[in-house]
Ligand binder design. Structure first.
Ligand code: AVI
Length: 367
């Protein structure tokens, strides 16, 4: 309960304080109600800001977070089932093989926090293997999708508190419930932060280090971080994965324009843009672009943006890390490798990390 005192007024205003006692009440007090929802109303200003600023740049770009409205999340789910999109399939295999060893490392009564939980499908493998997990906190920016995804979990896992948090997980350190969660719960096990799906690749390396650092600070000294990272470098594999023949990824990317038209009173002509996936071998990343098919002018919230034919909006990066490169990245953020697994095609690795000794305490922490 002490952490409630540490909440800033803005935290308190955004989300009424719910005591740790309530969060960790008896097993029957399970919930699938969001503890924290910074959904459409409060994210809208940053969407507007990011789109207007991104389109005004000489090289137009919009952060990939905005791909995930409800429709975007549904389309991403479809992508995960597309034959040429290997990351989900390969990572699922790895998780299946490693689940029991991960569960051993996690120990009993774990609190599982999932970053960018999406459908929560992969989590089932982890929850099945864990010894009496206490709570599951899926964090996802798409509020509606989040609720639909976790609705069935309480009936599947007796005694597990399911506490969906509709929020941008990159702001993990600012979520008051998580602060409360960390405080004063005597019999909880380790905090297991589950970050699958190679989502870490959607951040620039600098942003990834900063995020992993924030996760370490928040999660505390006994945390276990489970991260999936894609190491694929072969364009012949990568391009079909990010530009599938059935056009699901194209629809996912173009949905961003649908969203901008709807939410920001814009007039993007969807037929005048096409999806493109590129591999930048030097940066070791796949890029998604929306390429203008012709020279045109688009209006967003009354502001005009000109496109020349072939000019693009850069909408996503997916960095691909070798095992060594990822371990170095994690080390820069104060995480030490405990274990790792890789799939049979040597594409997707699941890394298990622990805070580096000496970087743990809230005061003595490095970085
Ligand atoms: C969510 N993220 C890890 C996916 C990826 O592979 O970078 C998003 C995606 N973009 C196109 N296809 C999938």
């Amino acid at each position: 309960m002490h952490d409630a005192l540490a909440l800033t007024p803005s935290h308190a205003a955004r989300a009424p304080v719910r005591g740790a006692g309530r969060i960790f009440g008896p097993a029957r007090a399970r919930t699938t109600r969001p503890l924290h929802d910074i959904g459409p109303r409060s994210v809208a200003p940053s969407f507007e800001r990011d789109v207007l600023a991104g389109l005004a740049q000489p090289r137009k770009a919009i952060p990939s977070t905005w791909l995930y409205d409800r429709r975007g999340s549904e389309l991403f789910e479809q992508i995960t089932r597309v034959e040429s999109y290997y990351p989900t399939r390969n990572e699922t295999q790895v998780l299946q093989a490693a689940a029991h060893e991960i569960a051993e490392a996690a120990g009993p009564r774990a609190i599982v926090v999932e970053l960018g939980s999406g459908s929560s499908r992969k989590t089932r493998r982890l929850l099945d293997a864990l010894d009496t997990p206490q709570a599951y906190l899926p964090i996802d920016i798409s509020s509606q999708f989040l609720h639909a995804s976790v609705a069935a979990l309480p009936s599947l896992y007796a005694g597990l508190r399911v506490m969906p948090i509709a929020a941008d997980f990159t702001r993990i350190e600012s979520l008051p419930e998580l602060t409360l969660l960390r405080a004063g719960v005597a019999d909880r096990g380790r905090c297991v932060v589950f970050f699958p799906g190679s989502t870490i690749g959607n951040f620039t390396p600098e942003a990834a280090v900063a995020l992993l650092r924030r996760i370490r600070r928040w999660a505390g000294p006994d945390a276990l971080l489970i991260v999936g990272a894609d190491g694929t470098q072969d364009p012949a594999v990568l391009i079909p994965a990010y530009d599938d023949p059935g056009g699901v990824t194209a629809a996912f990317n173009l949905n961003l324009l649908v969203r901008i038209n709807r939410e920001l009173t814009a007039d993007f002509d969807l037929d005048a843009f096409r999806h493109e996936a590129r591999f930048d071998a030097q940066s070791r990343r796949v890029e998604m672009h929306l390429v203008s098919r012709r020279s045109q002018r688009v209006s967003v919230l009354g502001r005009r943006f000109d496109f020349s034919a072939g000019e693009s909006i850069h909408t996503e990066n997916a960095y691909k890390y070798s095992l060594h490169a990822f371990e170095q990245l994690a080390a820069r953020a104060g995480w030490l490798h405990a274990q790792r697994w890789i799939d049979g095609q040597a594409r997707i690795a699941v890394h298990v990390l622990e805070p580096v000794a000496g970087t743990r305490g809230p005061r003595g922490m490095v970085g």
